[in-house]
Ligand binder design. Sequence first.
Ligand SMILES: Nc1ncnc2c1ncn2[C@@H]1O[C@H](COP(=O)(O)OP(=O)(O)OP(=O)(O)O)[C@@H](O)[C@H]1O
Ligand SMILES: [Mg+2]
Length: 333
Amino acid sequence: MNEDLELDNIEGVGPVTKQKLGEAGIHSIMDLLVRGPMSVSDVTGLDVDRATSICNKARTKLVELGQLQKDFVTATEIYKKRQSIERISTGTTSIDDLLDGGIETQAITEIYGEYGTGKTQICHTLCVMVQSPKDKGGLEGGAIYVDTEGTFRPERLHRIAEAKGFDPDEILENVVVAKAYNSAHQELIMEDLGRIIDKTGAKLLIVDSAVAHYRAEFLGRGTLAGRQQRLNKFMHLLLRTAETYNLAAIATNQIQASPDTYFGDPSRPTGGHVVAHTSTYRIYLKRSGKNRIARMVDSPYHAEREVVFRLADTGVEDVEETSKKSKSSIDKT
Ligand SMILES: Nc1ncnc2c1ncn2[C@@H]1O[C@H](COP(=O)(O)OP(=O)(O)OP(=O)(O)O)[C@@H](O)[C@H]1O
Ligand SMILES: [Mg+2]
């Protein structure tokens, strides 16, 4: 770990506090920021004022180090900063266009849709794309895949990597997979990610699916408030991780049929307002014959529009690319 990020650099953190924090899995200034004062107080037993003061100092330190934006900045400064924001190409021109270049770092992109619409396939493709050189749309970084549904398949990564001309073994080596067995485990994994991100230089963090465990564990109307509270905690942890470590976060989400909708599309993502409000960008996937449609929904700056893509053995693809390919194979015959 970078020495500047050691907990000792914070005034007021002595050996005893450092040990308490360490025992709770907080090893760096970044970890403090990801957890936030309430959680730090909860897990260490420090009183809330003390935890708040330590977290505020951690924040100031990161601003000094230039890793975090200061509290008051002009729109020009933000504009300049956003010009240099990093993006990961999805491997398709159509979805990249929809996203103005690709999946953004320091943000959560939620991908939601019915079963089989390509959420998991996009995640697998991104695990390969993030490792590409920067001039090919990647960030030359690794990926972390939190698999809650048991649908992560290394074979798919292998195939997609091969098709894109990468060494598949190298690609697989740079993807760290964590299988989450329940929602509490999913939250624990998230809290422990700091060191893994440091070690792997990951630029992409995928949670596929972000809501499945919450949906399965909290059944019935009476548990709704509890579920939303826990999901809220999880989504904020995810957002702070993306912002603090400058990586792109992807949260997938299923569709829930809502029979009370008579107009428009009768399906809504699970997780209601919590997931919707915490996600920075939301992409809705749906079937269109053999192809798929991706629609940008509720973005703070993208137009609401749709593009067509398709799922292939080689990952997600442009539809034109496919028709070009089949045309050229017709030409050859
Ligand atoms: N090797 C492959 N070659 C071509 N298409 C494939 C391949 N593997 C998967 N697919 C396509 O991907 C679809 C499954 O997509 P995916 O697993 O991404 O769905 P999902 O949106 O994650 O669904 P769920 O909500 O069930 O998790 C399959 O129905 C198929 O169309
Ligand atoms: Mg899936």
